[in-house]
Design a protein around this ligand. Structure first.
Ligand code: NAP
Length: 258
């Protein structure tokens, strides 16, 4: 029988911010490929609903609420996963914040600090907490959901883009340090995806049309468009892929001005 390169049977995956949007699409796809998934975000009731949907369609999921900016809640998320399934093979750090839209001259220190704390420091904290068990097993896949914004300058999303560029460097550092332990660490950088998070960037129909026209594939993204890369990076298919940033963006970052 041919080996399925994308099979995740027996693997345990945590996806932060998986009650909605991109994280939810990734978690559901990994469950469809056989992984046991932990659905987690700040709101317990939505996590319960998403986990119940996965279980009802033959997958395996639990819901564990966690605000990623709180250490006690991060500890509880990891401990509950280990108590339930004994291991963490796949960690997708997808939850992020963007509390400020506007000039770099006006951003309050508190908004700048919050962006760096959640989008950089909490991701590092999660990585530090799971890498030792991955080292012991000589196997693990970590992904950070960054953004194409981390590759470009912005007049209105500056601090957010700084934090997303830092995520790309985190994966390079960790990939170099822990490659010898067969731990793969990569970034996924979406273009504009139609989720609640990005609503302000596409809700005006004229803006949405302009952004679609600037995208080679002539449409904005859906959460499901990001699911395949997560399955690839989590599975045997991605066994020799590490330290990279994958732009999943309908081609927007490679389009010229002609
Ligand atoms: P979304 O649909 O609004 O979903 C965000 C998810 O994160 C929800 O499950 C939310 O649930 C959870 N969340 C928010 N703050 C959290 C916190 N402090 N702790 C734990 N969970 C939290 O957003 P999305 O567009 O899928 O965004 C996911 C990732 O994609 C983010 O890293 C974002 O920067 C990145 N991204 C998005 C786009 C885009 O165009 N949409 C483009 C590039 C990159 P609760 O409210 O229940 O906590």
């Amino acid at each position: 029988m041919a080996m399925n390169l994308f099979d995740l049977t027996g693997k345990v995956a945590i996806v932060t911010g998986s009650s909605k949007g991109i994280g939810r699409a990734m978690a559901e796809a990994m469950a469809e490929h056989g992984a046991k998934v932990v659905i987690t975000s700040r709101k317990a009731d939505i996590c319960d609903e998403v986990a119940a949907g996965i279980n009802a369609s033959g997958g395996e999921a639990i819901a564990v609420p966690c605000n990623v900016s709180r250490q006690d809640e991060r500890d509880n998320l990891l401990a509950t996963t280990r108590e339930t399934w004994g291991r963490i093979d796949i960690l997708i750090l997808n939850a992020a914040v963007n509390p400020w839209h506007g000039s770099a001259l006006d951003i309050p220190d508190s908004a700048f600090d919050k962006t760096m704390e959640v989008n950089i420091k909490c991701n590092m904290a999660f990585c530090r907490a799971v890498i030792p068990e991955m080292q012991e097993r000589k196997d693990g896949a970590i992904m950070i959901v960054s953004s194409v914004g981390g590759l470009r300058g912005s007049t209105v999303l500056g601090a957010y883009c700084i934090s997303k560029a830092a995520d790309m460097q985190i994966v390079r550092n960790l990939a170099v340090e822990f490659g010898k332990d067969n731990i793969r660490v990569n970034c996924i950088a979406p273009g504009l995806v139609k989720t609640n998070f990005a609503r302000v960037l596409y809700e005006d129909p004229e803006t949405a049309a302009r952004k679609s026209a600037a995208t080679p594939m002539r449409r904005l993204g859906e959460g499901e468009d990001l699911a395949g890369i997560a399955v690839y990076l989590a599975s045997k298919a991605g066994a020799w892929t590490t330290g990279q940033t994958f732009c999943i963006d309908g081609g927007v970052t490679i389009a010229g001005n002609d």
